[in-house]
Design a protein around this ligand. Structure first.
Ligand code: ZN
Length: 160
């Protein structure tokens, strides 16, 4: 389904969380879990600065959902995220039976930006979510948030 105003509101919150992560020394990624009633059930942001590179918010959401939501609640929930799920998080999302994903910027966009700034490739291939989890409904990117996400990524890249 196309992104609507409510989707954009949740995506904007994910970008706010990404900014918080950047300002706290982590990588600029944030995510929000919204249930079928529209209630925000959980949110988190990247926490990799202390050395555990698996501390992605989308992975944290999958773990939280497995422990706190019924299978039906998980299947009907939407995860909003500032940047498209990486393969690790796509797999975790699918393994716990979560529903739709909406992202502000795609992995291809972020990878392209970092390459244009002279970055070296990520140790994990930037595969689209549906290459990892073909059953998941995925929407994005959201053009109105592209500049914000790109700026956060640029500041993170320049910080090193
Ligand atoms: Zn991830």
């Amino acid at each position: 389904m196309p992104l609507d105003d409510l989707d954009r509101t949740h995506l904007a919150r994910a970008v706010v969380l990404a900014r918080e992560a950047l300002l706290d020394g982590d990588e600029p990624f944030g995510s929000v879990l919204v249930d079928a009633t529209g209630a925000v059930r959980f949110e988190d942001r990247n926490r990799t600065k202390d050395g555990d590179q698996t501390r992605h918010p989308e992975f944290e959401i999958a773990r939280w959902a497995a422990n706190n939501l019924t299978p039906d609640e998980r299947a009907t929930a939407t995860v909003y995220t500032s940047g498209e799920h990486c393969p690790m998080c796509s797999a975790a999302h699918a393994w716990v039976g979560l529903g739709r994903i909406a992202y502000a910027a795609s992995s291809a966009q972020i990878t392209g930006w970092r390459a244009s700034w002279g970055g070296s490739p990520s140790p994990v291939a930037p595969l689209p979510i549906q290459d990892i989890a073909p059953g998941i409904v995925v929407d994005g990117p959201e053009p109105s948030l592209e500049d914000d996400v790109k700026e956060l990524q640029r500041r993170s890249f320049e910080r090193g």
